[in-house]
Design a protein around this ligand. Sequence first.
Ligand SMILES: Nc1ncnc2c1ncn2[C@@H]1O[C@H](COP(=O)(O)OP(=O)(O)OP(=O)(O)O)[C@@H](O)[C@H]1O
Ligand SMILES: [Mg+2]
Length: 343
Amino acid sequence: MGLRRPFFIFDNVDGRHSLFLFKFTFKFYGMPLSIPDLSELHPRLQNEYQIEYMLGAGGSGIVYRALRRSTGEICAIKFLYRHRVPATRLAIDQVTPETSMVVPMEVYILRRLSHPNIVRLLDYFEDGHFYYVVTEFHGTKTVPKLPDVGVRQPSKGSMSSSDSMQSTDLFEFVETRGRLKESDAKHIMAQLIQAVAYLKSRNVFHLDLKDENVAIDEHMHVKLIDFGSALVIPDGQKPIGNFYGTSAYATPEYALHKVYRPEQNEIWCLGTMFYTMMLGNSPFSSATKIQERNLRWPADGVVSDVGLRMLKSMLSFDTHHRICMQALAASPYFHDVLDPADH
Ligand SMILES: Nc1ncnc2c1ncn2[C@@H]1O[C@H](COP(=O)(O)OP(=O)(O)OP(=O)(O)O)[C@@H](O)[C@H]1O
Ligand SMILES: [Mg+2]
């Protein structure tokens, strides 16, 4: 597995620290941006939320954990840089019969979803700098030990499980624990399959399914997050060419021919997560390795025969042999772990 993502904790009790938070983050990530003063950002941010610390950062934005003052809920606020969201990732949303507004596709899609294994959209607003996407926080709720002084430096190597911060996504979960028991991997995968099957029933494809985009709590209850690459596609069997996801998770057909079928893509990505959970490392480190079809299967006895067969059918290089969504959702292998409490 790759290096851990950088991590920061901020003692954020007032706007002064928030401003420091922005300055520090922007500096660390080397973003060629002028640093907005907190007073330039949407007033709702300061009035309605108390930002706690950063959860993650990607190409399009930064995500902070925050407290929603009105309800006392813990939430995740994704700050999407306006200028990093291309026009193709925007959608016109009909807010009321009379008014419509342009919103990030992520917001358009999340507004239309309701599933126990998919993160819920709580709020959305925008200003000249950012689109703010507020979702429920899902993960271990343990309050991290705040440092005596304002900032804790990003960890250079692995963060041990004794660290005050608990894992919130599946990447961290596997990284701190190592490979999971097959029954645990199945339990997590069964929930993800339910979520992805639901998405398909709504003509939505996530298209960036990976362990970093799965939030997990201490009971191994999971929710899909990060709909930044998702699309509404009426026919998931129709080949498409635009790919917004993560190259190490791209399907072999995309890596080779730059075209893929959304449904087969989702199965492949679920397969890579299942592999990572059961074996403790990713099947491929890059798109090149996928093209080379360089995949090592576990030695005898590491996973059950039926588990290995399932893994191979999800990660079949030949799309004709890759299991389909319907068969996956109906598979007895995953069904025997799913009970109503898992949702
Ligand atoms: N609702 C949430 N609950 C818990 N953790 C979250 C939540 N949303 C995001 N996170 C954490 O923040 C990280 C980054 O969030 P997200 O995946 O949405 O953004 P991103 O990958 O930076 O975005 P993009 O891929 O669009 O550039 C996640 O991997 C996860 O660790
Ligand atoms: Mg992400």
